[in-house]
Design a protein. Sequence first.
Length: 121
Amino acid sequence: MSLYKWIFKRLTGIELKDPPVNVEPESNDAEQWLLKDTSWPKKIKGEFFLIDAGVGDDDYANWANGTFEIENYKDPILVEFNGSVLKEAGITLSFEFSKKTVLWVNEPINEYFQVAKIEKI
């Protein structure tokens, strides 16, 4: 028994228990596939679904994020676009582009893979 658990039990009378060891950590098959190789950017093909976007004074969003369902993988990944990537791809504030698309992504920052380039299909 750790010192913390012993002190807690002495103060409250309640014995703290460790979680069961058979609980599996959450896993995402697409993220695992992307993270196994450290060369960036990586080309992925699939469908994009917009979650949120920040709009500035321009005809393009300052940033956007959403989920991306990679072909042949069960779990989607989170992706984030900065304004220059959206502008270079010609993605306007209406976000009218085909759901099926090709993205080049860099490693994730705070769970969001950073989109480096958008290819139109």
